[in-house]
Design a protein around this ligand. Structure first.
Ligand SMILES: Nc1ncnc2c1ncn2[C@@H]1O[C@H](COP(=O)(O)OP(=O)(O)OP(=O)(O)O)[C@@H](O)[C@H]1O
Ligand SMILES: [Mg+2]
Length: 488
């Protein structure tokens, strides 16, 4: 069988970087390569090495500079060992090839199979590999041609699961098949509740139908709105978010519809409103339940004809925007109380996606917590895990702040925990056991705890809404609506 890589004799210094005995620190030992190929080399080293041991290799290529790669002992011999290389990037490979090419013996035989080549053929007539070493594309072509053989040599080590993983990796990561449908990338969860949400997003995204997203604070309403936009034909056009609770009424009107210069005191220049700005795209009206009666009727008018009239202007402009609205309020009871217009509700609620709270997505609790644990550990270059007590606490806790609360608690635990294993205390999840005789309805408990926590946080943060939102792990608009709810 022919080789897959050309080998050449060299005399190149290399440092072996290894963990020393106790794993406390590393040692660097200077020695040399006596032969090299693109996939490995022979290292002159008298000490014995265990096979499959992994270490670092640092070498300086004349004309090309320093490289550090991973090596593994493939075979030990009395004067040293053969090392297999890992993680050579394209640049390191091309430069190594340059070096090998310069050091190749000026031989008259094929370096792959050894067949004599006195006629200096450009393709070996025995093994079939190209011998056109000095062509610019030679090495890339050879790597491509030998790729299947390399995989084939390793394939006996693959399990059937590995094969599926490889094929899926090729389809999804390399060929990007199904990219637009891959909601799972940013949306985590496998509970029936969240799977229903994924399916509704897929169904409604390609249409132009208005969507009303409902659900408690932190359940993923904004994420859902973005997922719809990204999977629609409008994805290359703007996605504009407006928080109806965070902007005072008069400013919100100006923000949405725009205004002409001099329309009101302070309007020094004319401004394009968000509806016009979002032309061709999607506008996401968050906390729609907080809209004043005045703006409710203006929005209704806009939805009927999609015509924007800037404040202080006589003209109007037709725009093409898709509307997605969200609320954590019960709009039907707001209608019953007379604080929300029924006709507007029906305009918005053409397609409703209700996001289930985390406490109803039991199996997702740990999946979400682990997802964010990995995410933040990776970001901070740490290696953290949950103890089994932490996993139990995560399962038992109700997560009133939903996914946002999971994010905040896990992120804080990753930063604050001293050990690699995160326990319930690090997550601040020492759940008190409630006595049967003092048990009240869940709604009452939630009401009083929520109110109490809000009072404490407002006091602690001197009524600074951004700080309160951070402390409680909820969004600023949610703080506004909670203040309204409890008249604080
Ligand atoms: N299923 C999920 N998988 C991964 N991340 C999620 C999921 N659901 C929500 N998140 C994340 O949780 C955070 C809160 O989500 P989002 O802002 O969409 O919630 P919301 O319902 O709009 O909250 P609020 O009512 O407080 O504004 C965001 O960082 C979001 O990316
Ligand atoms: Mg939101």
């Amino acid at each position: 069988m022919s080789r897959l890589d050309i080998r050449c004799k060299v005399d190149l210094p290399v440092y072996i970087i290894a963990n020393n005995n106790g794993g406390k620190g590393v040692t660097e030992t200077k020695t040399k390569f006596t032969s090299l190929s693109l996939s490995g080399g022979f290292i002159n080293f008298k000490q014995s090495h265990n096979e499959n041991k992994i270490f670092g290799l640092r070498y300086d290529l004349p004309k090309h500079g320093e490289f550090e790669i991973l090596g593994e002992v493939a075979r030990s011999e009395s004067d040293g060992f053969a090392a297999r290389f890992y993680n050579l990037n394209r640049d390191a490979k091309l430069k190594l090839w340059d070096y090998i090419k310069e050091n190749m013996a000026d031989d008259i035989s094929c370096p792959y199979c050894g067949k004599e080549n006195t006629q200096k053929l450009r393709k070996c007539d025995k093994c079939g590999w190209s011998l056109n070493f000095y062509s610019q594309d030679y090495i890339v072509e050879h790597e491509k041609e030998s790729f299947i053989k390399r995989l084939d040599l390793k394939s006996s080590l693959f399990s059937i699961e590995d094969l599926y993983k490889i094929l899926n990796y090729v389809d999804v990561q390399i060929l990007k098949i199904g990219k637009n449908l891959d909601i799972n990338e940013e949306f985590v969860g496998s509970s029936q509740g969240i799977l229903n949400v994924f399916s509704m997003i897929r169904r409604v995204a390609p249409t132009d139908v208005p969507v009303l997203i409902t659900g408690e604070s932190g359940t993923g309403k904004e994420l859902t709105a973005m997922a719809i936009h990204e999977r629609s034909q409008r994805r290359r056009k703007p996605f504009i978010t407006i928080n109806c609770a965070a902007i005072p009424d008069n400013l919100l009107e100006a923000e949405l519809f725009g205004y002409e210069k001099g329309a009101f005191t302070g309007a020094y220049a004319s401004k394009v409103g968000k509806f016009e700005y979002a032309d061709g795209g999607t506008i996401f009206l968050d906390e729609i339940g907080e809209l004043s009666p005045n703006l409710q009727s203006k929005l209704l008018r806009f939805l009927e004809d999609k015509i924007v009239e800037k404040i202080g202007s006589n003209g109007s402009k037709k725009v093409d925007v898709r509307l997605i609205a969200a609320t954590n309020k019960d709009l039907k009871s707001a209608i019953a109380k007379g604080s929300f217009r029924k006709d507007l509700f029906y305009r918005l609620d053409v397609f409703n996606i209700n996001l289930p709270p985390v406490r109803e997505r039991d199996e997702d609790k740990v999946i979400l917590a682990r997802y964010f644990l990995n995410k933040y550990s990776k970001e901070m270059n740490l290696n953290k895990t949950f103890t089994s007590e932490a996993v139990n606490a995560i399962k038992t806790y109700e997560w009133p702040g939903n996914v946002r609360e999971i994010i905040n608690r896990v992120r804080r635990a990753v930063v604050m925990s001293k050990d690699a294993a995160i326990g319930p205390v690090d997550l601040d999840l020492n759940i008190p056991v409630m006595q049967m005789d003092t048990m009240t309805s869940l709604r009452e408990v939630r009401y009083s705890i929520e109110k109490q926590k809000l009072i404490e946080a407002l006091r602690h943060c001197n009524n600074n809404i951004s700080k309160v939102a951070r402390v409680l792990g909820i969004s600023r608009p949610s703080v506004y609506s909670l203040r309204k709810k409890y008249s604080l």
